[in-house]
Each structure stands twice: as C-alpha cells, then as structure tokens.
Design a protein around this ligand. Structure first.
Ligand SMILES: *Cc1c(COP(=O)(O)O)cnc(C)c1O
Length: 449
C-alpha cells in the first residue's frame, strides 16, 4: 500500500534556510528611500527592523544557518507532513501523483509562524520589547501574537476594519496569545485619525494598516515593526517548507516534481515551497513548471505593472521594484482575505518578470468548488487562500500525462473562514474581475523614479 503521509523526524529538520537572491538570473533591483529615491542602506531600515533581519534582507550567501532557539520552537509542529492526495487523485481519475505540504498544522493554522517565530527571536536578541504589525484576515496577527507570547514580547496588531468586524474569532486568537488588537483605521496613530476624520466609515486595507503599524514602530524606542510577507527575509524563513519537501520526496524515491504550485498574496508561502525547487531550475538541471496563483479580483502578477512602488498606502515604506496594482489599491471584498495585497514580493516579481515562474489567476467560485472537493476527499477544510493552489493543482492534474508529479502548498486551514463557505453554499458569492480602467487609474499613482 502507498503511504499517505511522508514524515521526517525532528532530527531531520533543515538546519539552514535557502536564500535565492544570489541565484537569480537578473540581480534584484535595490530598494529605494521613499523620499530621496536613493538606494537604501542598512541604517535606513534600523528604526523598523533588528540588524540581524536587515542583514538577511541584503544577504549575498545562498544558505543561512537557523539558530537552535528557533528550531526548538518550530519543532512544536515541524517538520510538517507531505501528504500524497490519494483520495483526490482517485476522485479526479488523474494519471498524476499529487502531493501537498500541510502547513495548516501550525498552532496558528498556517505557514506564517515559520517567519513570526524567527522574527520575534531576532527582535528579542536585540532587546526589543514590543512589536507592531498589521493584519488583514488575521492570519499574520495571530502568528505574530503566538510567537510573541512564546518569547515574552508585547504585540500590537492593526487589523483591517472589515476583517475585525467580520472575523471576530481571529481577534480572539490574538488576544488569547496576549496580543493587543486595534481596528484599522484606528485612533492610535496620526495617519489613522486623519483617515477617520475624512471618512469615518473607512473599511480599511492592508496598505493602510501597514502605515499605522510603521508609524507606531517609528514613534517608539521600545518597538519595532514586523511584516508577514513580501520582504526577502520573510520569504527566506519560509524556505524550510520546500527544503523539507525535497527531503520527503527523496525519502520515498519520488522523482523531481513536474509542477510546483502555491497561492500568492505577498508571495511568502509560494516562495517557501517553490524557491528550493527553483535552485536546480535556475542552474538548468531541472525544468519544473512553477505556478503562482492569485485571485482574478487582485491580479497583481497577471495584470499589474512591474515598477517601483510603496508597500503601504501613506508612502512611508521603502520603494521596491515589484508587480503592483498601485499603493492606493482598495481591494474588493473577496473571501481570500490574505490574497488582497496590492504588491508582490520583489523576489517573486523578479522571477515572474524573467519567466522562471508562471503567474495564473482564478475566480473565487471555482476555487471554492475545488476546496469543497478537497475537503470531501482529503478531509482538511482549506483556507480560501489555499483553495487557489488546490484549484490549480486540480486543473493541472486533469490534463496531466501518466506519472506526472504535482506538488502544492496547503498554506492553511479554513476553520476561521466558515462564514465564507456558508456564503458559497448559499449562492451569495460573486466572481469579480478587477477592471483594467481601475488598474490604469491606480498606476498613475506609482511614483516616478
Ligand atoms: C497570509 C496567507 C496567504 C497569503 O500570503 P503569502 O505571503 O502570499 O503566503 C496564503 N494562505 C494563507 C493560509 C495565509 O494565511
């Protein structure tokens, strides 16, 4: 009988992260100062991040040692299972072998604690007492609150207003781990107060919440800022996913995958699985199809421009070269809350520009249908974000040749997203394609550099 779960023991957990930057075809464009448009130095980032993370952000080495104190916490749930989706394969009558990396087994229910634990560790090392951050659907805020609770730091989360109202359970998760949660726009920051004055009913957005968290961190000596995706060091911390997956496939004598799939919001879970597989592809040793899947309603990679833009709405963050829908993008209220960011990780953007990876967009209703099929075959109820990866895997499996190997990242479970499933079942979900006119209008706001 074929094994369903491919497990590594704790002693086989990867000891190093993989940094893809030195292996890129085109070197990464440098981040620029938001005011002067000059390349950033480490000192420009020092008010926001501890020096160890700044060093990782700019690191020229392909591998970086993972400190034992971080591995010790990651072992609460890592290594995560690689699962052969036998029941899904059977339902699809596919000739492909489908595997998924199950990142939903972490305490917060997604891949995000892989980086929150590392980030909080380095902050603590450098004497930081409090961390400020933003959260959209609440996944990142809960991952950071979890990590802060283990290392004894305070955690202030600015949570996008609509999610705060619609997803009270994530707020309670954060509070259970000791986090303080404010609905954004909030009255705690100057920027939040200014937005509320003009528009008291503002539903918030990730870009706006980032502005508040950055203002909070810059304004206090004991506080630094933390970001759950997009940045190089965040993607670096996630590579433990793909490094484990490579060992797991090897352990059962499976060949290199033909297709590697992840959903993309800011790009971190996709990068986590895909980058270790791209190492050999960039060297010309293998040639897997590597697909980054996004929603039609937030088509950053498939329709956005490749330009320097701000990471936040107020224009306080560094300018980074990335695919963007414009920093004042107001996302439509689709249910994959974690996929609604206007930008994309510079590393993922670089690889898409060079056509090393392939972007793809799907509508939310087809993704929910695939999520339900997955739940009814493999048992796990996926996060709406992860359903985009699942739908793509199913799409690829349907047209696969005999013996093709497909691997995707199950970035999280959907236990706190059941209201979205309810809407899907009662026919209240609508598909929405972000219109070209709005993209064109937003792109006028991209700064000239
Ligand atoms: C946050 C989140 C995402 C999107 O973020 P990435 O940085 O692109 O990974 C995807 N899936 C889940 C479950 C998430 O919580």
């Amino acid at each position: 009988m074929t094994d369903r779960k491919i497990l590594l023991s704790e002693k086989d957990i990867p000891q190093k992260w993989y940094n893809i930057a030195p292996d890129l075809k085109t070197p990464l464009a440098p981040p620029l100062h938001p005011a002067t448009h000059k390349p950033l130095g480490p000192e420009d980032l020092a008010p926001l991040f501890p020096m160890a993370l700044i060093a990782q952000e700019m690191c020229p080495d392909p591998f970086i040692e993972i400190p034992d104190e971080i591995l010790d916490v990651l072992k609460l749930w890592r290594p995560t299972p690689l699962v052969r989706a036998l029941s899904l394969e059977k339902a699809l009558k596919t000739k492909a072998r489908i595997y998924y990396k199950n990142e939903s087994v972490s305490p917060a229910g997604s891949h995000k604690p892989n980086t929150s634990v590392a980030q909080v560790y380095y902050n603590k090392q450098e004497g930081v007492k409090r961390i400020a951050t933003e959260t959209g659907a609440g996944q990142w805020g809960s991952a950071l609150a979890f990590a802060c609770s283990l290392f004894g730091l305070e955690c202030q989360v600015y949570m996008v207003r609509v999610s705060y109202d619609q997803k009270p359970y994530r707020k309670m998760l954060m509070q259970t781990w000791g986090g303080k949660v404010a609905a954004s726009p909030s009255t705690l920051t100057k920027y939040g107060r200014a937005v509320l004055e003009k528009d008291p009913g503002n539903p918030g957005s990730l870009g706006l919440a980032i502005s508040e968290a950055v203002e909070d961190a810059v304004g206090r000596d004991d506080t630094k800022y933390s970001l759950g995706s997009v940045l190089n060091h965040v993607l670096l911390h996630q590579t433990i996913i793909g490094l484990e997956a490579i060992e797991q496939l090897k352990s059962i004598g499976e060949k290199n995958p033909d297709v590697v799939i992840g959903c993309v919001g800011g790009g971190s879970n996709f990068a986590g699985l895909a980058f270790p597989f791209l190492k050999d592809k960039l060297k010309g040793k293998t040639n897997p199809k590597v697909i980054a899947v996004e929603p039609m309603s937030c088509p950053t990679l498939t329709k956005g421009l490749y330009e320097y833009d701000f990471g936040d709405m107020a224009g306080m963050t560094p300018l980074v070269k990335m695919y963007t829908l414009g920093h004042d993008f107001m996302p439509p209220s689709i249910h994959a809350g974690g996929l609604r960011y206007h930008g994309m990780a510079p590393l993922v953007s670089n690889l898409a520009k060079d056509k090393v990876i392939e972007p793809r967009a799907y509508h939310q209703i087809e993704c929910f249908a695939s999520a339900v099929l997955f739940a009814r075959t493999e048992g796990i109820i996926p996060a709406p974000e992860s359903s985009h990866a699942i739908h793509c895997a199913i799409d690829e499996a349907k047209k696969a040749k005999d013996g093709e190997v497909i691997i995707f990242n199950l970035s999280g479970h959907g236990h706190f997203d059941m209201a979205s499933y309810d809407k899907y079942f009662s026919g209240q979900l609508e598909d929405y394609e972000y219109p070209m006119e709005l993209i064109k209008a937003a792109l006028k706001t991209v700064p000239k550099v």
